[in-house]
Design a protein around this ligand. Sequence first.
Ligand code: F6R
Length: 264
Amino acid sequence: MLVVLEDDDRSLSRDAARIVAHTVLSQPRVTLGLATGSTPIGMYRELVRLNREEKLDFSHVVTFNLDEYIGLTPGHPQSYHAYMARHFFDHVNIPPENIHIPDGSVRPSYDEYCAWYEACIREAGGIDLQVLGIGKEGHIGFNESSSSLRSRTRPKVLAIQTVKDNRRFFGPREDVPDCAITMGLGTIMDARKILLLASGAHKAKAVAAAVEGPVTASVTASVLQFHPHVTVLADRDAAAELRRTSDYRRIMEMTRKTNSGRLW
Ligand code: F6R
């Protein structure tokens, strides 16, 4: 696991976008796994800028989103469909048929629908780079505490903390969804490379537990310790409870030296 200590959310977003851009440039037909939430907004903004100003081409990119709330139609302003359109898809040249986001309004059996989503990922050749945020209690996707470490895409009941954290996105009289369809931890672990983004003091405990704590289903992000290619970008506040920061800095320097200044 490569832990990159970022000064602030700005440098984190810029580096995250650089990593995604580098991946797209070196493999134009790349399959990206994408996350929503507050953390990757700056990364999407920077990718949109690179597309506009530096002609970063997304025309062969295929995407799979991690999750979607159950009960919200794709047109609902707080759905992850709407989020992705607002922050990214409406502004870059990814063909709509290359975009996959779980549909939280499906009525047929979830088993069938989730198996179909998994089959689409397999048919696309698997995910090359999966971008993740991390919840306050250490979830990735909506794999809350006690999720099976080998789980696949499935419906999941959200933790009370997650519902509370998500309330800020909904109006005072709106119900906040308490269930979601999410890629499983096994699905995420199948990605060839993983990029975890963490910003803000409220993530410090989760980051320390995920990176330096024991691997446990109580902090599902800790399963990433078993993955051979994970990069964690954490800003100063999110990294505040990490203990091995001097080691991470040394590894960052060594990686940069051997990689013509790049971390990726
Ligand atoms: C979103 C997702 C979640 C978020 C996490 C952090 O697609 O899968 O795991 O990444 O809840 O959310 P923010 O970034 O809003 O703190």
